[in-house]
Design a binder for this molecule. Structure first.
Ligand SMILES: NC(=O)c1ccc[n+]([C@@H]2O[C@H](COP(=O)([O-])OP(=O)(O)OC[C@H]3O[C@@H](n4cnc5c(N)ncnc54)[C@H](O)[C@@H]3O)[C@@H](O)[C@H]2O)c1
Length: 383
């Protein structure tokens, strides 16, 4: 940990799943990476006081708030971390930008493209650093693949096929949550899981041109956890779509919470003119790679164990072969964010990436209704 590093005071909103994952990342980051600015766990916010105090004590947050407006208005906060249900991303980001706070936002960015663009515009106008959490870009094997693509090892990409499977909605007794209500969540499996693989496609392949989708909700009512009856499910359990990219590549995508037996199964295959690659989150330290340059008799997919210190992010961790896990993706992403804030530089992925991802999400939903291909309007970055 660098003693001369500046301090970036973080205000985190959300105390549950992502609240814990982000707290863990802020806590560990300065112990492994030598940074020009270290995060300070200044204040955490959640409505439920018991949950708030639990997280606050678990990770030694200095302060706590039960009202997000209070947090966003505090003078002693530099960075607002938005880890709440999706309907709050927009109001918190707008208020945060007004107060000159740097912004970190969980995916999906917003409830719709208009909100997402307004958030991007507000952050740019305020001149703050803004970042979207698309943490899978920071898996070392995926960062390595990005480098291999830029070096021409895959060639012209023709296909990107991705699935993201979970099974927690197979159980009809699974209760009604904010994730089942389009007013709080926007969409279901689509915004939650397709957002990740759409972003990976933009990262590795390029911009989308058009999409054609199908959405399904299999269980239409679920029991409310407070015993007050049933809630109407207004979000998708599963969304599949085909895609055409601007560079001519074809894509297929399926996100479902109805994938019996699959817990958090994210897998993609990418085929190019010179090579191909396969990634599976359950084997996240590995990248499968096929090169057309290999000699005929020994040609075949090889498995690269991405744990060498020369490979992305690994030099901060353990000797080769000592694998890392899912939580490290957030630590890697936060490293980029801290450096960006301290050097007053733009970071990637940012709110533009969140907005472009949201455009694809919305176009798929429109297509599922229109039963037609829907185009994604090309929009440049704000200059
Ligand atoms: N990057 C990832 O891999 C990943 C994984 C899961 C969730 N997410 C995203 O993270 C966000 C949060 O998801 P989660 O799974 O942590 O949800 P969660 O339900 O576990 O937690 C939501 C939190 O928001 C807080 N909250 C709700 N309303 C609030 C309000 N009015 N004021 C203050 N706090 C409020 C709740 O108290 C709770 O602490 C979502 O946008 C979700 O899509 C990202």
């Amino acid at each position: 940990m660098s003693k001369n590093a500046a301090q970036i005071k973080v205000g985190l909103i959300g105390t549950q799943f992502m609240g814990k994952a982000h707290s863990n990342a802020y806590m560990k980051l300065p112990h492994f990476f030598d940074l020009s600015a270290n995060p300070v766990l200044q204040a955490v916010c959640g409505r439920n006081e018991a949950n708030l105090n639990k997280l606050k004590n678990q990770f030694n947050w200095v302060g706590g708030e039960t009202n997000w407006q209070n947090l966003v208005n505090r003078k002693d906060i530099d960075l607002i971390d938005i880890s709440t249900p999706n309907d709050l991303h927009y109001p918190i980001a707008i208020e945060g930008a007004k107060n000159g706070k740097h912004l970190l936002c969980e995916k999906p960015m917003a409830l719709n493209t208009d909100e997402a663009f307004s958030m991007y515009e507000a952050a740019e106008k305020a001149g703050v650093v803004h970042m979207m959490i698309f943490n899978y870009r920071f898996v070392p094997a995926i960062a390595l693949l990005k480098k291999m693509i830029s070096e021409g090892k895959i060639g012209e990409i023709r296909h990107f096929n991705a699935v993201y499977y979970q099974d927690w909605l197979v159980d009809p007794e699974f209760p009604y949550l904010w994730r089942h209500d389009s007013k709080t969540s926007g969409s279901g499996a689509h915004g939650d899981m397709n957002a990740h693989i759409i972003d990976l496609a933009r990262f590795l392949v390029g911009e989308f041109e058009a999409v054609n989708g199908e959405q399904k909700t299999y269980i239409k009512d679920r029991k409310k956890p407070d015993g007050s009856g049933f809630g109407k499910v207004t979000t998708d359990d599963a969304t599949a779509f085909m895609a055409r990219f601007q560079n001519g590549a074809m894509g297929s995508f399926l996100a479902t919470r109805m994938a019996t037996g699959r817990k958090n199964f994210l897998r993609f295959e990418l085929f190019g003119s010179e090579g191909a690659a396969v990634f599976n989150l359950e084997r996240m330290n590995e990248l499968q790679y096929f090169s057309r340059e290999d000699e005929g008799d020994i040609q075949g997919y090889r498995t690269i164990l991405v744990t060498e210190t020369s490979q992305p992010f690994i030099d901060a961790w353990w000797p080769p072969g000592h694998i890392i896990g899912w939580e490290h993706t957030f630590i890697h992403q936060f490293k980029i964010l801290m450096e960006g804030i301290s050097k007053k530089e733009k970071v990637s992925p940012d709110f533009y990436d969140g907005f472009r991802c949201q455009q694809v999400l919305d176009a798929v939903e429109h297509s599922a209704k229109s039963e037609k291909w829907e185009k994604i309007e090309p929009v440049d970055r704000i200059k």
